[in-house]
Design a protein around this ligand. Structure first.
Ligand code: C2E
Ligand code: MG
Ligand code: MG
Length: 715
């Protein structure tokens, strides 16, 4: 319906040179609530058509000027009036005119003399039909647009005629034209990639025979050879007897969608450095493999590999070379696994995800279809020897070895997590036994106990093997810049794991009681070192040693300290023992006795990590303490955290009131030092002054200190 009439009455344009006819048409239609515009000639009619945009045209075949047929042809040629209904008024029995009227696009005709009583009905009927057509056309256009956006085509196969209708969008997806497409069954099958026709044929046959709908994904090949991935859905329609008469469906182009999905999946499932599956994907695949081999009562093995001393490569040649090495290792791993097929009769078409990078320098391999568990060892051996061949990266020839652990399904675990965990602990076992080798998981040993056990046995030997050493950190007096003391801090130089910090082995030493001999060694070593410095004529600064509560609780602790001092021929004042608050709290009476005995000898006593424990004034009064060491955690945040600053101020005030020295630990910045100094703390220790360093470095510091002191004396 034209714009002007949507809210008002429909408008009819009457084109007739007969005044009487126009008058009567007007009267009749207006009575039926239809507005009327008039034109006396063909030219006027076309002009009015463009101007008033009628909803219907009543056109006399015999108008003056251009006749009705010409006018009708023109009306149809104008895009705006292509669908406007045209009612031709012809002479009675003029069959030829009627035929011509239809030929030129008239919608209907009515003969003259006009049967006035039915004219309005006829016009109204035509208007209604035209509105329906208009709505249909609009809805089709909307549908086509939606289908274009969704890349959704549709087709309709009429079995009786064997014709297949294909929507324009479908033809676009297929890259085809109606002429280039075959009809019927063949036409539907042919559009699919040759290797996937079987599945579509089966689905189509089921639809034909039993009216089963189907939904499947397949590739199609366009005339230009490009491929698209489509999602096909179809349903069958039946007649009253249940016989299939028509199958119709949709074809949606999901190529881009699938591509994006694959990319996301790839990012989520693969390691970007090596392009190997990551832990997540590997576990998923392993889960599937387990389900498969469980059904066929087969064996499966998981190998976890870790490069030996990889950190050294990163540290010496840089991360870039380290990364390149990991990529090269992953390629060699995949390759060696391919050639291992015949060794073990491993599934000849390995699943994706057979090799994965678990993270860092740790890789994993799953072997399915194993005839016997021993075959996994053969594969591991082969992989290890493949990896042992030198790599050439950035002009460097790099030799790496790896250690491997093997866990076999079902005896070493029935799920992916357990198998991985057990293979991992077997790998650690291989590392502990000299590396460049593989180990089967041994179910009698719990993984973490195993690791601890080896670490413990190594720690036991560490003292004899001379793997323990002391580093020293100076304690500085702000203002004078004097070295006021030196704290001895233990390190474990592990032959494979490198330098191990106390936090990583002191707890184990405490748990196993090894802390006692270790503490003895620390005490003796610190005394020897202090004596050596004194013998060299260097300034006499106190050496602080940390003592664990277990050592401290030993009945002969005081005697041991005395013996260590004696052996080194050292004055007891040269030694300061650092204890934590918990030592004092455990058995207050015994602690007091020990402390008093030590004090009598002249040994200095410090409370380490002060502020983190009980920090009660009462015990500080009861015990003969010399020094409080403010815990590093308060110093760390002293600038930004007013609460920490307040605690520090309180500790300093407490120390001052009890006549105790106060040392701030972990001072890293000038700002922290200035703030602590402003609060009255003059003794500090931390990276700002020096990290814990080897004895030789301290010797240099002490030599400088001696020079400075002499200069001061001279001045
Ligand atoms: P601790 O006695 O409180 O030693 C201070 C720790 O803080 C040392 O860590 C030292 O390296 C670190 N440190 C010093 N200045 C700074 C700094 O400015 N910033 C930071 N972030 N850290 C700093 P280390 O050497 O790792 O020792 C840790 C703990 O292990 C020691 O804490 C001590 O409780 C224990 N320990 C060390 N040696 C021995 C020992 O011979 N026997 C016993 N039983 N325990 C020891
Ligand atoms: Mg300490
Ligand atoms: Mg401390």
């Amino acid at each position: 319906m034209s714009e002007h009439s949507t809210s008002s009455r429909p408008l009819a344009l009457v084109i007739d040179d007969d005044d009487i006819v126009r008058l009567l048409v007007r009267q009749t239609l207006e009575t039926a609530a239809i507005a009327v515009a008039e034109a006396q000639s063909g030219e006027q009619g076309l002009e009015a058509l463009a101007r008033v945009r009628p909803d219907i045209v009543l056109l006399d075949v015999m108008t003056s000027g251009r006749d009705g047929f010409e006018v009708c042809t023109e009306i149809r040629a104008l895009p705006a009036s292509q669908r406007t209904p045209v009612l031709m008024m012809t002479g009675h029995d003029d069959t030829e005119s009627v035929n011509r009227a239809y030929e030129v696009g008239a919608t209907d005709f009515i003969t003259k003399p006009i049967p006035w009583p039915i004219l309005a009905h006829r016009v109204r009927y035509m208007l209604r039909a035209s509105q329906s057509l208009e709505r249909l056309a609009r809805s089709e256009a909307r549908l086509a647009e939606a289908q274009r956006l969704a890349q959704l085509g549709h087709w309709d196969w009429d079995l009786a005629s064997n014709e297949v209708y294909r929507s324009p969008e479908l033809l676009r997806i297929l890259g085809a034209t109606p002429e280039s497409s075959s009809s019927g069954y063949r036409g539907l099958i042919e559009m699919v990639h040759a290797s996937e026709r079987g599945e579509l044929e089966r689905a189509l046959r089921r639809a034909l025979n039993s009216a089963q709908p189907y939904s499947l994904e397949c590739r199609i090949v366009r005339a230009d050879g490009t491929q698209r991935v489509v999602h096909e859905r179809a349903v069958a329609d039946c007649d009253d007897n249940g016989a299939v008469i028509r199958i119709h469906g949709t074809t949606q182009d999901i190529t881009e969608h699938q591509h994006a999905e694959q990319q996301i999946r790839h990012l989520a499932m693969y390691d970007t450095l090596t392009d190997l599956p990551n832990r997540q994907f590997f576990k998923e695949q392993l889960g599937h493999s387990i389900a498969h081999v469980a059904r066929w009562s087969q064996k499966l093995a998981v190998i976890v590999l870790d490069l030996d001393r990889f950190k050294r490569i990163n540290d010496t040649l840089g991360r870039n070379v380290g990364d390149q090495l990991l990529a090269a290792v992953s390629a060699r791993l995949t390759q060696s696994l391919r050639s291992a097929d015949h060794v073990t009769r491993v599934d000849p078409s390995p699943l994706p995800g057979n090799v994965a990078r678990l993270g860092g320098d740790e890789f994993t391999v799953q072997l399915t279809g194993l005839a016997q568990a021993a075959d996994a060892g053969k594969v591991a051996r082969r992989i290890l020897s493949a990896l042992a061949q030198p790599f050439t990266l950035n002009g460097h020839e790099i030799v790496v070895t790896a250690s491997a652990g093997i866990a076999v399904y079902p005896c070493d675990g029935e799920d992916a997590d357990t198998l991985l965990k057990n293979a991992d602990s077997a790998m650690y076992h291989a590392k502990d036994h000299g590396k460049d080798d593989y180990q089967y998981f041994s179910p009698s040993m719990n993984a973490s106990a195993l690791r601890k056990l080896t670490l413990e046995s190594q720690l036991r030997k560490a003292t004899e093997r001379g793997e323990l050493l002391l580093h020293y950190q100076p304690k500085v007096e702000i203002g004078t810049h004097r070295i006021a003391g030196i704290e001895a801090l233990i390190r474990w130089q592990h032959p494979e794991l490198g330098m191990i910090a106390p936090a990583d082995f002191i707890p184990l030493a405490e748990e196993t009681g090894l802390i006692v001999p270790i503490g003895d060694w620390v005490l003796a070593q610190a005394c020897r070192q202090a004596a050596a410095w004194r013998a060299a004529g260097l300034p006499r600064v106190g050496i602080a040693v940390n003592m664990s509560s277990t050592s401290f609780a030993q009945k002969d602790f005081v005697a041991k300290v005395a013996a260590a001092l004696d052996d080194a021929k050292l004055d007891a004042r040269a030694i300061d023992i650092e204890l934590t608050e918990s030592v004092l709290m455990r058995d207050a009476e015994a602690a007091r006795a020990t402390l008093c005995a030590l004090k009598e000898h002249g040994v200095g006593l410090s409370i380490d990590d002060f502020g983190t424990g009980y920090s009660s004034l009462a015990y500080l009064r009861r015990f003969p303490i010399d020094t409080l060491k403010i815990d590093r955690s308060f110093v760390r945040d002293v600038i930004d955290n007013p609460e920490d600053a307040a605690i520090i101020a309180a500790i300093i005030a407490l120390g001052n009131s009890l006549g105790l020295a106060v040392v701030a630990e972990g001072v890293e910045s000038e700002e922290q030092a200035a703030l602590l100094h402003a609060r009255g703390c003059t003794l500090m220790q931390g990276y700002l002054f020096s990290r814990p360093v080897a004895a030789d470095d301290i010797t240099i510091m002490l030599v400088t200190e001696r020079l400075r002191r002499r200069r001061n004396v001279a001045a």
